[in-house]
Design a protein around this ligand. Structure first.
Ligand code: PRX
Length: 580
């Protein structure tokens, strides 16, 4: 073990964070405030910090965004370009009547308009609501309804999904299409906006948002009920800037690649805010995954810092070591990962093939920034999530008493003391669920872990039924609700099942209505039905037709039993089972 750790730390260099043990002494968030020239009570606007400020620092001509599409087309934007274009988008939205705190949804692939539009929305004090572009109409509807979204910015290929639900969205004033051909007819409430041709907004004034002004609304899935809108504020910048600097180790000469989609929190906190506020050049690859295309991208752009996810790393492992040799990946300096457990094999493998270990980072939509992490320069224990970020008080508590365990090694609930800058401020219109996340003054992310005698956290699993497939959270409730809308489905129970690449995938147990017969066609028909309604992520990879679902005597479906069956675990107490 000692040998292995030596190997894993041999390439670590002097880093931004320096010594972790020194940093945690007397840490104060004012470190970040000072670096950002921010004083409490002043105006703080993420849009300004990510573009105008970097220009004022003399980097107006520096590349901010290098974008590559699926056909290989490339677009480049300097910091001055993103400053100017985000002003223009902000002005365009203002001219449409968008007010501060109105929700503006971004529903796009990873196109430049998404990144720059995000900053434009924040510059006018409106709230950016990014939604994953692969969402189907049902997923879209519940999230737009909940947020009472005023405007949706999208591409023409996604517009039909919005049109389908338009009648149910009385608050939605406009659908802005960013790639509409000139002269093509538009439908009700639709407008065309070509970012590159927008007039310069010479007199544009950034809205003077303050620390607690809302900024971003990200939706995340829970076990029961509707998805929750996680409300963040402009002050989140303080955490996102400093964690990007100390954990991702971003430096002035970095060429950074965050593989996450801004439809999810990693793609905004670190794919936009953390990156641009640190003034680095970042690259975006807007196309599907293949090991070949990813390695080519790293080689072509000379990527130095790469922030990715375990599912992608496992897919690269599956593609093998030989393919790596075809590319020049020598530019890579630092690698990190987030979203799901990063198994020790993946860490060791990356050290072997890239000469650098992927450092695991742990956080979630609600925390807004990295909470527990491995740091450049610190001893890595492969398979561990590392230690709390300086300024973060995190522990593992006894799930019965809600108090930290007295001794190391015990498995309990991860608990974090609230109060860091990027903590969510509320679940949109859902105070009760928000309040439920706290016990004894601790914020509970809903995950189980243990801590070893050296203070390293070891992830164990989630404390609810939410399925984490390839780093994306899927609510079994949402999938079950969608399944019930299929004409053949009488009842369903959705659980996870093990998978090498995605860790877990969605599996549905289904009972059929009279007259329907189980079979492959029906199988596929139901899968497709869910894919279109929700998203490809939520689509069950397997459907098992059964005669009856296990239920309690009071009629509640016991997902637990089906879950245990999939994972080969003990079924546990079945005394309340109906057909016992
Ligand atoms: O269960 C944890 C898992 O992903 C959840 C957060 O998901 P989401 O809000 O979509 O944000 C994902 C990106 C920040 C967590 O509650 N998770 C996240 N990182 C890790 C993880 N599980 C294990 N190890 C991690 N490093």
């Amino acid at each position: 073990m000692t040998m292995r750790l030596e190997v894993l730390t041999k390439n670590l260099h002097m880093s931004n964070i320096g010594s972790y043990n020194e940093r945690i002494k007397d840490f104060d968030w004012s470190i970040a405030e000072k670096e950002l020239d921010y004083q409490p009570g002043q105006v703080i606007n993420i849009g300004w910090y990510c573009s105008d400020r970097i220009c004022r620092m003399g980097k107006a001509d520096k590349q901010a965004l290098i974008w590559e599409g699926s056909t290989g087309a490339e677009k480049r934007y300097t910091y001055d370009d993103i400053r100017r274009l985000s002003d223009s988008i902000g002005q365009y939205l203002r001219d449409l009547g968008i007010q501060p705190e109105d929700r503006v949804c971004l529903f796009m692939d990873k196109v430049p308009e998404l990144y720059i539009g995000f900053l434009g929305i924040l510059k006018i004090g409106a709230i950016a609501q990014p939604l994953f572009s692969a969402f189907g109409d049902e997923s879209l509807l519940v999230r737009l309804e909940n947020a009472q979204t005023k405007v949706i910015i999208t591409q023409k290929k996604h517009a039909p999904k919005v049109r389908k639900i338009l009648a149910q969205l009385p608050w939605l004033k406009y659908m802005i299409i960013v790639d509409q051909e000139p002269g093509k007819p538009l439908q009700e409430r639709e407008v065309a906006m070509n970012m590159e041709e927008l007039p310069a907004a010479e007199t544009f004034q950034i809205y003077p948002t303050k620390a607690e002004s809302p900024s971003v609304l990200h939706y995340t899935s829970g076990t029961t009920g509707q998805p929750k809108g996680v409300k963040h504020v402009h002050y989140s910048l303080i955490s996102q800037y400093l964690t990007a600097k100390w954990v991702l180790d971003l430096r002035d000469d970095d060429i950074y690649w965050c593989t996450a989609d801004p439809g999810w929190v990693t793609g905004t906190s670190y794919g936009i805010i953390g990156a641009f506020s640190n003034g680095v050049t970042q690259c975006v690859l807007d196309s599907g995954f293949s090991a070949e295309s990813w390695y080519r991208f790293i080689g072509k752009h000379r990527i130095t810092m790469w922030y990715s996810a375990p599912t992608a790393i496992r897919s690269l492992m599956k593609a093998g070591d030989e393919i790596v040799k075809k590319f020049d990946l020598s530019s890579l300096r630092h690698l990190a990962s987030v979203g799901e457990p990063l198994n020790s094999e993946a860490v060791i493998w990356s050290e072997k093939v890239f000469g650098k270990p992927f450092l695991d980072t742990y956080w979630q939509t609600e925390t807004g920034s990295i909470m527990i992490s491995n740091y450049p320069g610190m001893k890595i224990k492969p398979g561990s999530m590392g230690k709390p970020f300086p300024g973060i008080t995190a522990t593992v508590i006894d799930p019965e008493k809600y108090e930290p365990f007295a001794e190391p090694g015990k498995i309990g609930l991860i608990a974090i003391r609230p109060g860091w800058p990027s903590m969510m401020r509320m679940y949109w219109n859902n105070e009760e669920t928000y309040n439920n996340k706290f016990r004894n003054g601790w914020y509970l992310p809903g995950d189980r872990s243990s801590i070893d005698s050296e203070g390293y956290f070891w992830f164990v699993g989630r404390d609810d039924d939410v399925i984490n497939t390839g780093g994306h959270l899927v609510s079994p409730f949402e999938v079950e609700s969608a399944l019930l809308e299929h004409p053949a489905v009488a009842e369903s129970a959705v659980v996870s099942k093990p998978d090498f690449v995605n860790m877990e995938v969605v599996k549905a147990y289904v009972t059929l209505k009279p007259g329907f017969i189980p079979g492959k066609d029906l199988d596929l028909d139901i899968m497709n039905f869910v894919r279109k309604k929700l998203s490809p992520l939520a689509m069950p990879q397997e459907i098992e037709f059964i005669d009856a679902l296990p239920k309690t005597r009071s009629g509640k479906i016991m997902r637990r039993i089906l879950h245990a069956r999939e994972w080969g675990e003990e079924i546990g107490d079945t005394s309340t089972l109906e057909n016992d």
